[in-house]
Design a protein around this ligand. Structure first.
Ligand code: BES
Ligand code: MG
Ligand code: ZN
Length: 498
C-alpha cells in the first residue's frame, strides 16, 4: 500500500462458498496482518454480501487507522453496478466518520471489467453515497464529506479518465438531486428558468436558452400546458435550452435519420408541485410531490455539464414548468384543451396533468425538427405498480433507440425495463368529445396507456419515453443516496451523449 496516511484502506471481497474471497490487493499486507484480518472475518461471520463492511482497527499511529473489508456479493452475479452500489453504501455508512480513504482499482483479470470502468463506478459510488441535502438543517454537522481518496497501485491514464468522467457524472446527478429536493416554494417555474439561463451563460458559445412566459406560450398555441398552469398564481415558463457543437466538418457530425444532422431533444416533465388539481390528491400521495419536476431536473443536470461532454451533435432541452394547483380558475373535469399540434384533449382528471403538459413539450420538439426525442416524466403511479420503485418504464417506437438506451442505462447503473406501446390499447384513451382523453377508461396498464397518450404528440419522430415515477425519488435511503431525489436518468443521458 502507498506510504500515505489515511483513515482507512478498502479491500474488496467476493462472497465465497465457505469463506469470503478477498481480492489480491490484500496480499500486499504482511503475513501476520493478513492472518489477523482473516481471523476477524471468521469471528465476525462476515460473508461479503454486497455493501457489508468489516472494520479492522489498526491503531491511531498506523499509516492507515483501519482496514475495511467491503463485500461485493456473489461473483457469478456481479455486475459493474454492484461495485458502484457497494462503494456507495460504504460512503453512505461512513459519512462523517472518516475523512480519507485509500484503495486499489481491482485489475481487469479479477473483475473481468476494464479498470477504467471500475474506476468510474468506484468514484461515482464514493461521491454519490456521500450526498446530503443539508440546506434547511440549522444544526449542520461539519465536514461530513470525504476529503481525500488515495488510489494506490499503478494508476493508468485510462483510470484517470474514468475518474474524471465519474466526477462529471456525479456533479450532474447531484445537481438534479438538489433541484428535486428543493421545496416547491423555492423551485418555482421562474427559479427553474433562471437556473437554465445561468447554465447557458456559463458556455454562451455553445448553449442558448429561450424562456417563454404566459403571453408567449399562448402565442405558441400551447393551450394544454396553459390549461394545467391556469390555477397557479405563478407565471408558467416554457424553457428551451439548445446546445450546438463547434463547427466541425460534416463527416464528424453525427447524422440523424433521413440524412439530417442529428438533433436530440431531451424533454422533462416540469410540474413543480402536483396537488392533483381539482381531483386533489390525499395527504400521503401529495407529500413528496415536489419531485414531480424530476424529469426537468434530468434536463438541467445534463445541460449543466454538457460543455464537458461535448457531444458532436445538437441537443435540445425542453421543459414546460408549472405547478398543478387548485383555485377558482382551475381546469375542471370535462374541459377540452387544444395542444400545439392541433389535437384536442378532454381533461377528465386534473391529476393526469403530466401528459397534458408533455403534449405541448413533445409537439414543440417535433416542431423544432428534432431527429430523436427522449422524455423523462414522473408520469404514473401505475408504472411503480408494474416495476416497483427502483425501475423506470421504457417505451419506444424505435428498436434501435430503445436498445441504445438500455445499454446506456445499464452502464450508468440506472435500472430500466421496456414495456410495450401496445397499439390495441390505444382505444382505451378514446374520448367521446375530443381527439383523446387524458385518462384511460380502465385502471389496468396505466403506465402503457399514459405512454400511448404521449405517442399521439410525437408524429413519426424516433422517440423514447421513460416513466421515472418510481426511481426519481427514494422514499428511504438506498446504497447510493439518502431519501429524496436520485437524479435517475442523468447518467443514462450522459452515456447517450458521449
Ligand atoms: N405525478 C403523478 C404520478 C406519480 C405518482 C409520480 C406517484 C410519482 C409518484 C401524476 O401526475 C399522476 O398524478 N398520475 C395519476 C394518473 C391517473 C390520474 C390516471 C396516477 O398515477 O395516479
Ligand atoms: Mg398528477
Ligand atoms: Zn404529476
Amino acid at each position: 500500500m502507498a506510504k500515505i496516511s489515511t483513515d482507512t484502506v478498502i479491500i474488496f471481497a467476493f462472497k465465497g462458498e465457505k469463506a469470503p474471497k478477498l481480492l489480491s490487493s490484500f496480499k500486499k499486507f504482511d503475513n501476520k496482518l493478513q492472518l489477523n484480518v482473516e481471523k476477524a472475518i471468521e469471528t465476525a461471520s462476515f460473508t461479503a454480501k454486497r455493501g457489508e463492511i468489516l472494520n479492522f482497527y489498526l491503531g491511531e499511529d498506523s499509516l492507515a487507522k483501519s482496514i475495511i473489508v467491503l463485500g461485493l456479493g456473489k461473483k457469478d452475479e456481479f455486475t459493474i453496478n454492484d461495485l458502484r452500489m457497494a462503494v456507495g453504501s460504504f460512503s453512505l455508512k461512513m459519512k462523517g466518520k472518516i475523512d480519507s480513504v485509500a484503495l486499489e482499482i481491482p485489475s481487469e483479470e479479477e473483475l473481468t471489467i476494464a479498470q477504467k470502468i471500475s474506476a468510474k463506478a468506484i468514484a461515482e459510488g464514493l461521491i454519490l453515497g456521500n450526498y446530503e441535502f443539508v440546506k434547511y438543517r440549522t444544526q449542520k454537522e461539519e465536514n461530513r464529506k470525504l476529503s481525500s481518496v488515495i488510489i494506490s497501485g499503478l494508476v493508468s491514464n485510462s483510470v484517470k479518465e474514468g475518474i474524471e468522467k465519474a466526477k462529471i457524472y456525479a456533479e450532474a446527478t447531484i445537481l438534479a438531486r438538489d433541484l428535486v429536493n428543493e421545496q416547491a416554494a423555492v423551485a418555482t417555474p421562474s427559479f427553474l428558468s433562471e437556473f437554465a439561463q445561468s447554465v447557458a451563460k456559463k458556455d454562451a458559445k455553445h448553449i442558448s436558452c429561450k424562456v417563454f412566459g404566459r403571453k408567449e406560450v399562448e402565442k405558441l398555441g400551447m393551450e394544454a400546458f396553459l390549461g394545467v398552469a391556469k390555477a397557479s398564481g405563478l407565471e408558467p415558463k416554457f424553457i428551451v435550452l439548445e446546445y450546438k457543437p463547434d463547427k466541425i466538418s460534416k463527416s464528424q457530425l453525427r447524422q440523424g435519420s433521413a440524412g439530417r444532422e442529428e438533433k436530440l431533444a431531451i424533454v422533462g416533465k416540469g410540474i413543480t408541485f402536483d396537488t392533483g388539481g381539482i381531483n386533489v390528491k390525499t395527504g400521503d400521495h401529495m407529500q413528496d410531490m415536489k419531485m414531480d419536476m424530476a424529469g426537468a431536473a434530468v434536463v438541467l443536470g445534463v445541460f449543466s455539464v454538457i460543455s464537458k461532454i461535448k457531444p458532436n451533435f445538437s441537443v435540445l432541452g425542453i421543459i414546460a414548468a408549472t405547478p398543478n394547483m387548485i383555485s377558482g380558475s382551475s381546469l375542471v373535469p370535462g374541459d377540452v384543451v387544444r395542444a400545439m399540434n392541433g389535437k384536442t384533449i378532454e381533461v377528465l382528471d386534473t391529476d393526469a396533468e403530466g401528459r397534458v403538459t408533455m403534449a405541448d413539450s413533445l409537439s414543440y420538439a417535433v416542431n423544432q425538427k428534432a431527429t430523436r426525442i427522449i422524455d423523462f416524466a414522473t408520469l404514473t403511479g401505475a408504472c411503480m405498480v408494474a416495476l416497483g420503485a427502483d425501475i423506470s418504464g421504457l417505451f419506444s417506437n424505435s428498436r434501435d433507440f430503445s436498445e441504445e438506451i438500455k445499454k446506456a442505462a445499464f452502464e450508468a447503473g440506472e435500472k430500466v425495463w421496456e414495456l410495450p406501446l401496445e397499439k390495441d390499447y390505444r382505444e382505451i384513451n378514446k374520448s367521446e368529445v375530443a381527439d383523446i382523453a387524458n385518462i384511460p377508461n380502465t385502471r389496468h396498464g396505466g403506465a402503457i396507456t399514459a405512454a400511448l397518450f404521449l405517442e399521439e404528440f410525437i408524429g413519426n419522430t424516433p422517440w423514447a419515453h421513460l416513466d421515472i415515477a418510481g426511481p426519481a425519488f427514494l422514499s428511504k435511503s438506498n446504497d447510493l443516496g439518502p431519501k429524496g431525489g436520485t437524479g435517475h436518468g442523468v447518467r443514462t443521458v450522459l452515456n447517450l451523449l458521449s
